[in-house]
Design a protein around this ligand. Structure first.
Ligand SMILES: [Zn+2]
Ligand SMILES: [Zn+2]
Length: 338
């Protein structure tokens, strides 16, 4: 089969890779119905996070179970399944409290931009949908594998409650779905920090009530103006830079919550500022597995349609163009069909 392999900065190739096989009795092989390019794939693509050797790519997936190892009991061939970018056993102490992305036996799933995928720890990782979904539901189900699960976790970590004022820092796919999550959780006011027209439009569709285009300290001043000088109850940080993190902490009211899911690149916090900020900080890699049953139910019943975040769909063999379009900001997020 052929799949995506990154050779170096902006050198992404679609080339022959080994067919995945069952290696451990707890594995499953999934035939991907769809996969996609993640904002976090752009860090190595741009060379900010160097790759030492040619590296298969992709960690967001959903599809039909093709084969399972002898120890797998919870999913079977023919079922449509979704899993997280971290495989988990779903039974260790960390999984038990809902932090499957910190599973003591976690394994990264990172070869998903291909027709077939080996998923370790299948019983603890994959969740089946009630039936095989119609084709038009596949994009929304795919988002649950990471981007929607991460936006949902950001809102959850930021303690979004009905009636809250929420700020979302970042208008990438995760930020946009963080807005959808906050809206679904009953936030009254959702302020999107966004500077891009096409993204502002989708932000409004996903529930944003206000748009702030300023960044950094000016952005914080603007949030303060909009909240009578108080700051927001809940702030979702969905970027991962020093500026976005400080923007999030400074835009939060005393006693408020910051949910941060942007993978930090060079973020350093000053202890004294943190001490006097008086905010709750919670975040990290989203325990997508924990939220999958609830989110599958919401998509299945048509209550949310996170698949709208894909504004470019390409056949898998054009994966390189999918990366380029996101790198050049011509696309928010690229869906790939094998
Ligand atoms: Zn991702
Ligand atoms: Zn575990």
């Amino acid at each position: 089969m052929r799949g995506a392999v990154l050779y170096g900065p902006r050198d992404l190739r679609f080339e022959v890779r080994d067919m995945p096989t069952i290696i451990k009795p707890t594995d499953a092989i999934v035939r991907n119905s769809a996969t996609c390019v993640c904002g976090s794939d752009l860090w190595p693509y741009r060379g900010i996070q160097p790759v030492a050797q040619p590296t298969p790519m992709g960690h967001e997936y959903c599809g039909i179970v093709e084969d399972v190892g002898s120890a797998v009991t919870s999913v079977k061939p023919g079922q449509f399944v979704i899993g997280s970018f971290f495989a988990s056993d779903n039974k260790c102490p960390n999984c038990h409290v809902g932090y499957q992305s910190s599973c003591q036996n976690r394994e990264l799933v990172n070869t998903a931009q291909a027709p077939l995928l080996r998923v370790p720890l299948a019983d603890g990782t994959l969740v089946a949908t009630p039936n095989v979904p119609s084709d038009d539901m596949v994009p929304s189900l795919l988002t649950l594998s990471d981007v929607m699960g991460t936006g949902w976790f950001a809102a959850h970590a930021a303690n979004v409650k009905p009636g809250n004022t929420v700020v979302v820092v970042g208008d990438g796919a995760v930020g946009l779905l963080g807005m959808l999550s906050a809206s679904q959780m009953g936030a009254e006011r959702i302020i999107a920090m966004s500077r891009h027209d096409s993204r502002q439009k989708l932000a409004r569709e996903f529930g944003a009530t206000d748009i702030v285009t300023e960044r950094g300290d000016e952005g914080v001043d603007r949030i303060k103006e909009l909240t009578n000088g108080v700051g927001a109850d809940s702030v979702l940080e969905c970027v991962g830079t020093q500026e976005s993190m400080m923007q999030a902490i400074r835009a939060t009211r005393k006693g408020g919550h910051v949910g941060y899911v942007g993978v930090p690149h060079g973020v350093e916090l000053n202890g004294e500022e943190l001490f006097f900020a008086h905010v709750h900080l919670h975040g990290g890699p989203a325990p997508v597995r924990h939220f999958l049953p609830e989110l599958i139910d919401l998509v299945w019943k048509g209550k949310i349609n996170p698949g709208k975040v894909f504004d470019l769909t390409l056949p898998l063999d054009q994966v390189a163009e999918g990366y380029r379009a996101m790198d050049e900001r011509r696309a928010i997020k690229t869906l790939l069909r094998p």
